[in-house]
Design a protein around this ligand. Structure first.
Ligand SMILES: Nc1ncnc2c1ncn2[C@@H]1O[C@H](COP(=O)(O)OP(=O)(O)OP(=O)(O)O)[C@@H](O)[C@H]1O
Ligand SMILES: [Mg+2]
Length: 337
């Protein structure tokens, strides 16, 4: 039975007081009625005790049943069922415990889901290039194909992809466990942007990329290596997810103790309801998933956000009119220590 008449009472002490007062009242009423009806003296306490205990069971059930429910739920969770939840209707301390319990269960369910996603994603992402490399090597050993530059380059890019994925996963786990400490040193923003652009041009030879840094000699304290990683990912995304002949701009400006980096492209952009979600790990838009070039794991922006937040800054995605996407990265010039 799930009747909880005392759910609205805000503390256990008060609930127990209500139950005790109820029991005393019942005893008094039964004694008085028994006296008026001439019920024998020895029978009256038996009747009042029976009615009192029955009332106690009825009212106090709602006090202990949430605890039993939680013990049962904890057992189920230990067995791997994280979907189980307990009733939170009680307004007292047990209700607080039930709410905390449900919060913990939801968090555990999310962590469990992330672990499953990770295993599924890693095994899928690793299997594809490994299978391809293996097939190519077998063909080479069997003499079916010749070690021509094109084949070797393909195999090289597959191993590079494996290396990138492993590095990203390592980064993510180190960032999440807080094992990465930033090395803040004065960064020459113009030089850093130049480096990012040169590398992006190597990866995307047709890229039309314009840059602007104001003031041109801008310097601020940051972890150059990590900032480079974030900018490279943003430029890489802009190049990858927009048409070949469209242009990408990277501009940097300093204002009011903040350095703002904007990477804009003229591609299809990101739908409004996905602007936040693209920062979730492994989240890729359908268009990116269907590209079928095997590139991309959906970790780049997650890592970018972690690094940005470690710097005490923020990163967001915006839409651009008439079409395109703009990633805005804002970092404080005075680093958080
Ligand atoms: N400039 C952009 N234009 C359109 N979509 C974008 C853009 N940048 C990111 N996205 C979308 O956001 C998703 C997540 O980006 P993210 O950089 O996190 O992962 P990824 O590029 O798919 O893989 P990687 O881990 O190699 O970076 C992309 O898959 C893509 O769908
Ligand atoms: Mg990316």
């Amino acid at each position: 039975m799930n009747w909880r008449p005392l759910d609205r009472v805000v503390s256990i002490k008060l609930k127990l007081s209500v139950v005790i007062i109820g029991a005393i009242a019942i005893a008094a009423i039964v004694s008085t009625v028994g006296y008026l009806l001439n019920v024998p003296v020895l029978v009256r306490p038996v009747i009042s005790a029976t009615i009192g205990v029955a009332g106690m069971w009825l009212f106090a059930g709602g006090i202990t049943s949430p605890l039993r429910e939680m013990a049962r739920a904890a057992g189920q969770m230990a067995g791997g069922d994280y979907d189980v939840r307990v009733t939170e209707s009680s307004a007292d301390e047990v209700g607080d415990l039930a709410r905390a319990f449900n919060g913990m269960a939801a968090e555990l369910a999310e962590v469990d889901q992330q672990r499953r996603d990770l295993v599924a994603m890693v095994s899928h992402e690793l299997r594809t290039p490994i299978t391809a490399i293996q097939a190519n090597l077998e063909n080479l050993i069997d003499g079916v194909s010749e070690p021509e530059p094109e084949l070797l380059n393909r195999m090289l890019s597959q191993t590079e992809r494996l290396g990138r994925l492993v590095a990203q996963l390592l980064d993510l786990s180190r960032l999440e466990s807080g094992a990465i400490a930033l090395e803040r040193l004065p960064v020459d923003v113009g030089a850093l942007v130049g480096l990012v652009v040169d590398e992006a041009r190597l990866r995307h030879p047709d890229l039309l990329l314009e840059t602007r840094v104001v003031p041109s000699d801008l310097q601020f304290e940051a972890d150059a290596e990590r900032l480079h990683q974030v900018l490279a990912n943003l430029v890489d995304n802009a190049a990858r997810y927009s048409p070949v002949d469209s242009s990408v701009t990277l501009d940097v400006a300093e204002c009011d103790g903040q350095v703002t980096f904007r990477v804009a492209d003229e591609g299809p952009g990101i739908p409004t309801d996905q602007l936040e979600r693209v920062f979730d790990r492994y989240h890729r838009l359908a268009a990116a998933r269907s590209r079928g070039d095997g590139e991309g794991t959906g970790l780049g922006l997650t890592i970018a956000r972690w690094i940005t937040e470690l710097h005490g800054g923020s990163i967001r995605a915006e839409g651009v009119e008439p079409t395109g996407c703009r990633m805005v990265l804002v970092l404080p010039t005075e680093g958080r220590q």
